[in-house]
Design a protein around this ligand. Structure first.
Ligand code: NAD
Length: 251
């Protein structure tokens, strides 16, 4: 498969390696210094584009790729205000987009179990619940897209919570003093620590015990491999899909 990379930072470079290991070819690399090369003519050399750039640039890049008729996998987070426009564009043009806050297999298993756990916890209203996420200090958005997906999974399934709220803290022990969340609000605490690829924890806490459900990424390889698998999956499809459609957890 011929792959174009839109965004050649930390993720783009690892995706390149994973793609080459799986015998794919990289035919175009776009980063902030050569954005003018993201043209329909250049894109049409590729079977699929993998987009890991910045929250501000993702939407324009997606539009350019869909309009050029090249399927695109979008790992960039923080652009979802434009999701409806992207869905419409896919319908109008017959384009293909696969998007997700996290492409790692482990995190997608986590998303699934998180929803099941929230359903179970409906029976035990004396547990409070909170989401914590830790990432490296260069991460531009907070809370992480992954933490938002986790929070949405809880809100869909735990009746008492109807919206999420956020706090950026310097130490997870600080958080409660900074935020007055209401009962219907689910707090997401974000912490930034050098060199952490991504840690997410869901905490159910009562007077008698604490249940912690945690995913720790040891490096970025799981996200990168997932993005290449996503590119293989979207290549011959049409439509706009969340990454969860790639996984089948029905068993
Ligand atoms: N979905 C997932 O599994 C997953 C995993 C890790 C990171 N992410 C997200 O992916 C994105 C990139 O992460 P990263 O760690 O590689 O960041 P990074 O800062 O290392 O890389 C981003 C790159 O995009 C480039 N860029 C800037 N403007 C651009 C433009 N207009 N077009 C193309 N490229 C442009 C930058 O120069 C930089 O090299 C972030 O939004 C991050 O949250 C998603």
């Amino acid at each position: 498969m011929k792959i174009a990379l839109s965004g050649y930072g930390k993720m783009g470079k690892i995706i390149e390696k994973m793609a080459l290991d799986r015998k794919h070819e990289i035919v175009l690399k776009i980063d902030k210094d050569n954005t003018h090369e993201l043209t329909a003519d250049n894109l049409r050399q590729a079977d699929v584009v993998i987009e890991f750039s910045t929250p501000d640039s993702a939407f324009n890049n997606i539009k350019t790729c869909v309009e050029a008729g090249v399927p695109i996998v979008v790992g960039t987070t923080g652009w979802y205000d434009h999701l409806d426009e992207v869905k419409q564009l896919c319908e109008q043009t017959g384009g293909a987009v696969l998007y997700g806050t996290n492409f790692s297999v482990g995190v997608n298993v986590f998303f699934h179990i998180n929803k099941m756990l929230a359903k179970v916890m409906n029976n035990y209203p004396y547990y409070g619940v909170q989401v914590e996420e830790i990432h490296h200090t260069q991460k531009l958005d907070w809370p992480s897209g992954t933490a938002i997906t986790i929070a949405e999974g809880i809100i869909e399934n735990l009746d008492v919570k109807t919206e999420w709220t956020k706090a950026l803290v310097s130490d997870t022990d600080d958080a409660d003093s900074n935020v007055n969340e209401r009962d219907n609000e689910l707090l997401i605490e974000s912490l930034r620590i050098e060199n952490v690829p991504g840690t997410h924890t869901v905490i159910y806490d009562s007077e008698v015990d604490t249940i912690e459900f945690k995913h720790t990424a040891h490096n970025r390889n799981g996200f990168a491999l997932g993005a290449v698998l996503a590119a293989e999956w979207i290549k011959d499809k049409k439509g706009c899909y969340p990454v969860t459609d790639m996984f089948n957890f029905s068993a």
